[in-house]
Design a protein around this ligand. Sequence first.
Ligand code: HEM
Length: 501
Amino acid sequence: MTTFFKPLSATHAWALGAIAVSFVAIRIASNTNAAKAKRSGASLAPGPKRWPFVGSVLKFPKSRWYESFSSWAEEYGDVVYVDLMGIPMIVLNSLDAIHELTEKRMHIHSNRPHTTLVCDIMGFGYTLTLKQPDKELNEQRRILQKAIGPRVVGEYDHFLNRGCSDLLQRLDGFSGEPFDHVLKVLGELLTRLAYGNHVFDEYGAELVKANIEGVELVSWVFSRLWVVDIIPLLRYVPAWFPGATFQRIGIQARAYVQIIRHGGFEKVKAAMAKGIADESILSKYLMEESASEDNLRDAVAVMYATGVDSTATTITNFLYAVALYPEWQRKIHDEMDRELGRGHVPTAEDIGKLNIFNAVMKETLRWLATVPLGVPHVSAKEDIFNGYYIPKGTMLHCNIGYVLRDKRIWGPDSLEFNPNRFLSKFNPTFDDLPDIWSVPFGFGRRICPGRYIAQRIVLQYASAILATYEVLPCEGEQLTPNEPFDDAAIRYTSIAFSMLV
Ligand code: HEM
């Protein structure tokens, strides 16, 4: 709907919006939290100045949170406390602090934000991303771990290959922003994977449309203030009541939810009943009967909205990095020519032999964090960490982007793009670095369950593009390492490239 939110996936848009809503959920609790901290023998962590009643709102950035949070890291340290009219927020700027809270203490810090409009009225509360920890969440995460986890992702290569050939064709002679092409191909891939080719051919267009429009609607809702989020009882006001716009939005949103959550699922079931269902995650696990049908339906339904933008952005970030640093692109081309022969599109097995390509991809993930602030975790109860009091209901932001450029971890050149850090020949201690295929995907009980399939897609599609094309900035364009990124939860930059054979 707006370019501002264009690359935002539902996962991250919803969480972002939940925080925006929290801005205005006026509770006079800032003093209470300070008092509770004192009573527990701790203190609130340092952070931007707090005023009575409004807390740190006057110092809180209206936009570009990642940049502001990272400058707070320099000013206030690893744990930064912010009070938003009584809503506590903490920004974690060190990997140790993040691991301690979201992993070792995951039983406390694994909730998600909740909003009345999006979760209850619009009906998106069923999504795994917004669910609070409970049995259903555990089962849905288990389903995804099994269905798109490390043991099985290799079984989907024929789905991936089909999408990859389509992408290469779309990029043939292409000049412009490749993001929409990548997005379209990945949307189709994840939908085919979830529901099968047969359902995709019949119903895919409707499913994809509902997903895209649903994400846009949620993003738009989150960019505004809704009185029903301040006074949840208003959800019982009828739709005809003057001013009850939120109810009419709810009706529209529930129509999308109906398609996203139930449409594809019902089609697969019908096809199975007729004996014409083809291969898909849903048909496979419905046959196995190892999970409840409702949880299987909901786990699969979330794949498009959570997986498409983030994965497409990671691929286009890689194209940006190799266009910006042509010397690294040349090294990858030479390596591919040497190891595989010119023009050979690498298989998953081949990719393992491409050390330079892998190092450049890892450095891209590090240097350009796709989701720099992750998705907020919420603390289910109060806690104390390093002498700092964490109130119940605190919104925890793991500053992934900052951690991925932290000098303490990556060394004095942490702000530079230097893939050599991931090559043992140049960095004998590279094994000691954090797992770069894990940190950008979040932490603890909420770590991204799509990270294995995302890794496989990103590596395959990016290597195929480089095996086929030279990626250059469009004629007359001069790229810089500081291209402006959209101000969104997914850090996407709109850069146009030319693809030369
Ligand atoms: C490169 C691509 C991707 C990146 C960088 C990424 C990153 C993330 C991050 C940072 C989170 C939040 C984790 C946390 O709260 O600590 C997340 C959550 C999630 N991601 Fe991904 N993701 C990617 C691709 C995918 C794909 C392909 C899928 C599914 C097919 C997916 C499904 C999910 C789901 C369902 C959640 C919510 C998990 C929960 O709340 O328990 N993601 N992702």
